[in-house]
Each structure stands twice: as C-alpha cells, then as structure tokens.
Design a protein around this ligand. Structure first.
Ligand code: ADP
Ligand code: MG
Length: 381
C-alpha cells in the first residue's frame, strides 16, 4: 500500500463524511470521519516528515471535534424522536411535506423567467390539468448551470407551486451506502414516492448535485454501478403506462452537466439551463435584497446600475453574500459604537468596499462550457 494511497483514500473518506454530514446522515458521517482519521494517522506514522503533516493533523483534530458534535446530536435526537419519528432513520433521503420547508414560491425568485416558464409547462400545468395531456407529460427534468444561481431554490419553489411532497436526495449520501444496500435504498426511494403520490399528492424527487451519481470512485466495488442502473430502471419505470396518472417528478440539479453519462442525460426529457444573472438581473437582485435591509436601516444614494456593472461573473449567491456582508459590517459598527441603526445609514461606499474584497465565483470559461452543453443537449420549450 503506497503512502499516497493512504492519503488519497483518507481524503476520499473525508469527502464522503462531509457529504453525509451535509445531507444529515450523521451515522455514516461519523463512520467515514473515523475511517479518514485512521488513514491519515497511518500516513503520519509512516511519513512524519511529510510537508503536509500539519495539514493532516489539523484535519484529524477537526474531524475528531466534529465526531463529538455529531455523536451528541444523534444521542439527543434519538431521545427526542423515539416516540414521534415515523421516518426510517436509515433512509438516504429526506421526505419534506409542504408544511415542513421554507414556503418560497416562484415569485420569491428574481427573474429566471424562462426557467419558470419551462417548469410550468413541464410540471405545474400537468398537475393542475392532467386530462389535458393525453400524450403524457415529462417525468424527469434536469436543471444545470453555474453554482449559486438558483437551481436548488427553483426546485424548492416548484414543489411549493404544486404543493408537492419533496423527497430530497443527495447522491453522495446514497453512494455512501454502497457498503450496505444502496440498490435497495434506491428502490425504497421510488416506492416511497409512488406510495405518497398514489394518495393524490404530487411528489418531486429532487436529486441535488446529481453528477455525484456518476463520480468515479477509485475503489469501485460494483455497488456504484448497481445503484446507477437501479436509478435508470426506476426512471424508465416512471414513464411506463401504469404510471400515466401518477405525479412523480424527478428534478436533477448539477453544476457539472458534462460529468453526466449519456444514458442518464437522455432520461431527462427536459434539460434546462439556469443561467448566471445578467447585468439587469444583478441590478434587480441588489434591489430585492437591499429592500429587505431598508426595513431596518436608512439606505442612501445607492447606484444600482453601478453595482450591477461592477459585479460581472458574480452569482446570485455572491450578491446575497455581499448584501449580508454589508449588513454584518454595519451591525459591527453599530454594536461597537453603541448607536442606533438609524444613526448609521447604509451607503454606496459600504457596497463598494465589500465588493472589493469579495471575488466573483463564476468562472468565465465555464460559462462558455454551459452554453456549449446547452446547445448540444438543452431543451427550451
Ligand atoms: N433568482 C434569484 N432570486 C433571489 N435569490 C436567488 C436567486 N437565485 C439564487 N438566489 C439565492 O442565491 C443563493 C444560491 O442559490 P441556490 O439555489 O442554492 O443555487 P444553486 O443551487 O444553483 O447552486 C440562495 O441564497 C438563493 O436564495
Ligand atoms: Mg444547489
């Protein structure tokens, strides 16, 4: 076993741990953090003079802390949900009923008009009026585009538009179960969806960062392949006759459409680009988020055109972050100087200062790649 192998393998487990952690699958997160610590520790024992030794030591201590936090969480949640939980905690997905999630709809998202229109045509009208679709409606839709530009928000808003039950799946979480029964979990996922929809409630299976299903792991043991195949089979099943009246939709989202396998791409009948915000949209995003600040603060002399001009290649998420940083700066000042909010107006210079230190997160070369991919695989109608 080479040294590099130990380090790489450790990183791979760490990534899986983080993905599980983010997906709320704490048991597996703990398991993978522990595996990762074990491998890093071995690596350090064999190669103490490694230039990266401090880096790995830091990771080890960070993961140890995190394991403690997660173990506490698990202990508390098993105490508090013992009697009330109806959900199988072993499921690699999360079922969110309409009343259990943020209630944003399309109107809470600035612009993205083309995407909203496409989603209405593909999903909303078919739920409202299934009898108008003798030829059926699309079952699987892929949203692709640069990070931080609204894909996840759109999927959430769509499920609110049609009052659907949302089943949130993170492939990394599913894949982390390859040690056990990933395939069975995929079946359970679709069974759950069918069961819920048979009571008349539309269901959206939302696979965020769907490219994770197709990632190459250095240690494929065959499990990953079976999971993928099971997904494809289930997706085909949904367009079968026996489902012609069932409203189960699969919405996939990805920043890396080019990482997807062609067989998988084909199963998504609609492939919709969620674009980076144009200058006009960036202006509206600033106006939208600053207007929320204006309830608490005096806003003075903001030149929105200039803000939009200065933020080429900034994503919607970047713009939200900028407005939040301005807020944080102002709160800090108010707290330090012990003054009241109306004594500290928010001005253009607050924004310019923050933009100066906040780098854009969209890569120009990627934008080109999205356009190309859209030309080749995108569907707009
Ligand atoms: N059109 C929009 N209007 C308002 N806020 C937006 C819009 N698009 C994205 N955001 C905000 O940007 C952030 C990132 O959006 P998200 O949907 O997570 O991006 P993605 O899934 O494409 O990476 C969120 O805070 C979201 O509220
Ligand atoms: Mg997202």
């Amino acid at each position: 076993m080479s040294l590099q192998y130990l380090a790489d393998k450790g990183m791979e487990y760490a990534k899986r741990a983080l993905a599980c952690d983010r997906g709320g699958d704490y048991e597996n997160a703990i398991k993978f953090y522990k595996l990762s610590i074990e491998l890093f520790t071995k690596y350090l024992a064999l190669y103490p003079e490694s230039p990266l030794s401090d880096f790995y030591k830091e990771l080890i201590s960070k993961y140890r802390d995190r394991i403690k936090v997660l173990e506490d969480k698990l202990e508390n949640s098993s105490k508090s949900t013992e009697s009330t939980s109806t959900q199988d905690s072993d499921m690699p997905f999360e079922v969110l009923m309409p009343n259990r999630r943020p209630n944003k709809t399309f109107s809470d998202l600035v612009d993205l008009d083309e995407v909203k229109k496409a989603l209405k045509r593909a999903v909303v009208y078919s739920v409202l009026n299934p009898s108008l679709y003798p030829l059926g409606w699309p079952r699987a839709i892929l949203l692709f585009g640069p990070p931080g530009c609204g894909k996840t928000e759109l999927a959430l808003a769509l499920s609110n538009e049609i009052n659907a039950t949302l089943i949130h799946v993170t492939p990394a979480t599913i894949m982390s179960k390859w040690l056990g029964d990933a395939e069975k979990n995929v079946k359970r996922l679709f069974e759950t969806a069918r069961k819920i929809s048979s009571s008349g409630t539309p269901v959206i299976i939302f696979i965020d960062e769907v490219d994770g299903l197709f990632q190459q792991y250095s240690t494929e043991v065959g499990g990953e392949k079976r999971v993928r195949n099971q997904f494809l089979i289930e997706m085909d099943g949904l367009s079968g006759k026996e489902h012609s009246n069932v409203h189960v939709f699969i919405i996939g989202a990805t920043n890396k459409p080019w990482a997807l396998d062609i067989g998988f791409i084909r199963r998504f009948e609609k492939r919709i680009l969620v674009p980076a915000p144009s200058k006009d949209v960036r202006k509206r995003l600033f106006e939208y988020y600053v207007s929320k600040l204006s309830k608490t603060y005096n806003i003075r002399d903001i030149n929105y055109d200039e803000l939009a001009e200065k933020t080429e290649y900034y994503s919607s998420a970047d713009i939200v972050a900028i407005v939040k940083e301005v807020q944080a700066d102002v709160v800090e000042e108010i707290s330090e100087r012990k003054i009241s909010p109306h004594e500290r107006p928010i001005t253009m210079s607050d924004f310019l200062r923050v933009i100066e230190r906040h780098r854009p997160s969209i890569d120009y070369s990627h934008l080109e790649a999205y356009r190309e991919w859209n030309k080749q695989y995108g569907t707009l109608e």
